[in-house]
Design a protein around this ligand. Sequence first.
Ligand code: GSH
Length: 195
Amino acid sequence: MNYTLLGSLTSPYVRKIRLLLHGTPYELKVVNYMEEEGNDYLKSINPVNKLPVLIDGEKTILDSRVIFNYLSNKNKWIKLTIDEENILTAIDGAMDSAVNLFMLRRGGLDLNSGNGLVERHKARIPHILDYLTPWVRTLDDKNPAHWNFLTMSLYSLLYWYDFREVGSLKNHQDLKIFLEKFKNAPGVAETTIPT
Ligand SMILES: N[C@@H](CCC(=O)N[C@@H](CS)C(=O)NCC(=O)O)C(=O)O
């Protein structure tokens, strides 16, 4: 077994790396940072105290984007264009805001209290989903090249967003169609969030 992935079964950041690693032998080590033991362990590996972390022999790689870059260099995948990098940044921006809103709500914060930072997070997500829509319309689930790190990231985001009821996709029909079309893509069933 070459790789160890520190992760969880629910995180959308972890899921996109699990989708990327689908078909590659690796061990998934589930870390529960909500418990003291898991939190202390994660902190000892990753000063940022976030999942995912990839361990490849002597190397420890922090952050999903850096993990992707590391695997991309190692496997000599075609470099992403700036437009593709921008799409990834947008997906990560929405993921970050969605995860923050979820954690704040879980911590008991009223998300309708008018807090300025919360409002910025709330506004960011639909704006990003609008930005992504023209690209999403070009995607074809019958084209294997279209199941790549960008679409894996988007799938992980949208599935989690809907699953956690952070927001709604009712005004983003193209994104709902994307989720439906790619639900049988490699690794999706194996990485689905347990209920
Ligand atoms: N930029 C990081 C973000 C990862 C992230 O936010 N992970 C969440 C899980 S979904 C986490 O570990 N949160 C713990 C915390 O914020 O303390 C990445 O791309 O890997």
